[in-house]
Write a protein that binds this ligand. Structure first.
Ligand code: FAD
Length: 396
């Protein structure tokens, strides 16, 4: 496996770096106290500039608004844009960019591709993933949001939950039950739903961080045209498995770049605390913790590059990607726990008072990180996958 990039690719990286620096020149402090609306509008501006610069949808055809580039160029773009994506809250539209885009490209009709793809790439539309329900999370195939077909529309009734940024979204990827079947997944249909439709109520959920990025969505006699179906009726499960695969996709490449930024930030915190408290950088136990974190971070990066390499070779990363999902969630916890334990008496303070460190950034980071062991497949589910499908152990 060769992780180095060709001269042509390094030339692409240099050109992109220069473009990013001149297009987005200002540094931003890292306190995240913007409203969802402010984040959505910063994201739209950022995405529009990427689109205009030819750096959106790297691997998508130009006819749909993409850049007709290569997978390696996409990997480089993810690495280099990671700090900007964070600064301009690109995660507001993770469902549009990482899920709707590849799913519609894979399973959509020509009409659907033309209607939705360019509007995702140029920042016009934000999307939400509406799969989970109060009684269908890890066991997603148990979902029960009903869709009764009346002529050329489905009429939806029921509820979704935990839908990230749905309050800012224009469209939703929605799984519905069209048949009470056995097995359960054989009666599921996949729909594109305009979230501004009559009968939809979106209610934000207040989280432990004080933010409300997650939402409940209620459907009360909502009409959705059959033209908005992705794939065949009752065969939505297959399409949904594609979406869940895309959800991680090349995400490890972006996450590795994010961890490197976070590590730099952690070192800055350590040095500032050393100056304030007289220990930390010189304390051997913290040095060991920082070194352990760095090693884990590099393991995550190598596994991510290994998956990317497999994708470049035309292979689909297998159940091994669960190892990196586990590592990713653990790293988020450990970064914030290490930063908090360095802070001594200031550790429990998560506001921006004179006693807090970094305006409570790490405390809020830990609260956010707790959910990462659940979202995108819980820790126990990942461990089951690794045990059964990677190690070949018997089912419990
Ligand atoms: C930050 C965040 C963002 C999210 N964003 C979205 C979104 O945008 N759209 C969306 O549709 N959903 C979203 N979700 C929902 C997420 O997909 C579900 O929370 C997840 O699938 C778990 O489902 P659940 O919450 O119903 O928990 P449950 O499935 O009830 O699981 C509860 C606990 O039991 C464990 N468990 C469950 N089954 C087993 C088993 N068979 N063996 C061993 N242990 C088991 C789980 O690992 C977990 O620890 C998000 C969740 C989070 C935390």
């Amino acid at each position: 496996m060769d992780f180095s990039f060709s001269e042509k690719n390094e030339h692409y990286r240099a050109r992109l770096k220069g473009w990013l620096k001149t297009t987005f020149p200002h540094e931003k402090s890292y306190r995240d106290n913007k409203t969802i609306e402010e984040k959505a509008s910063l994201y739209r501006m950022y995405q529009k500039k990427l689109f205009e610069g030819g750096y959106a949808g790297i691997r998508y055809p130009k006819s749909l608004g993409g850049a007709d580039g290569t997978l390696t160029e996409e990997i480089i773009t993810m690495e280099e844009t990671a700090p900007y994506a964070r600064r301009f809250f690109q995660n507001v539209n993770v469902a549009g960019l990482s899920m709707a885009l590849p799913t519609i490209f894979m399973a959509g009709t020509q009409d659907q591709k033309e209607s939705y793809i360019t509007n995702i790439l140029d920042g016009t539309h934000i999307w939400a993933q509406a799969f989970s329900e109060p009684n269908a999370g890890s066991d997603l195939a148990s979902l029960s949001l009903s869709a009764n077909k009346e002529n050329d529309v489905y009429v939806l009734n029921g509820q979704k939950i935990w839908s990230s940024y749905a309050q800012a979204a224009d469209y939703g990827l929605v799984l519905v039950r069209t048949l009470n079947s056995k097995p359960k997944h054989a009666g599921i249909t996949y729909l594109i739903v305009d979230l501004k439709s009559k009968g939809i109520t979106i209610r934000p959920i207040k989280q432990n961080t004080g933010n409300s990025e997650l939402n409940e969505i209620f459907f009360d006699d909502v009409s959705v045209s059959v033209k908005n179906r992705l794939g065949k009726e009752n065969e939505g499960w297959k399409v949904a498995l594609g979406t869940l695969g895309f959800e991680r996709g090349l995400g490890d490449v972006r996450d590795a770049a994010n961890f490197r930024m976070l590590f730099k930030q952690l070192l800055k915190t350590a040095i500032a605390l050393e100056n304030r408290q007289g220990y930390v950088v010189t304390d051997s136990s913290f040095k060991k913790e920082l070194a352990d974190l760095y090693i884990k971070m590099m393991v995550h990066r190598c596994l991510g590059r290994k998956s990317a390499y497999q994708i470049i070779k035309g292979k689909i990363p297998g159940p091994e990607s669960s190892i990196n999902k586990l590592l990713w969630a653990e790293l988020h916890h450990e970064f914030s726990e290490t930063a908090i334990s360095m802070q001594g008496l200031a550790g429990p303070i998560n506001d921006d008072s004179v006693y807090s460190v970094d305006m409570g950034f790490w405390q809020n980071y830990l609260l956010m990180a707790l959910g990462l062991s659940i979202g995108g497949g819980g820790t126990e589910i990942q461990k089951n996958i690794i045990a059964e499908r990677v190690l070949g152990l018997p089912r419990s």
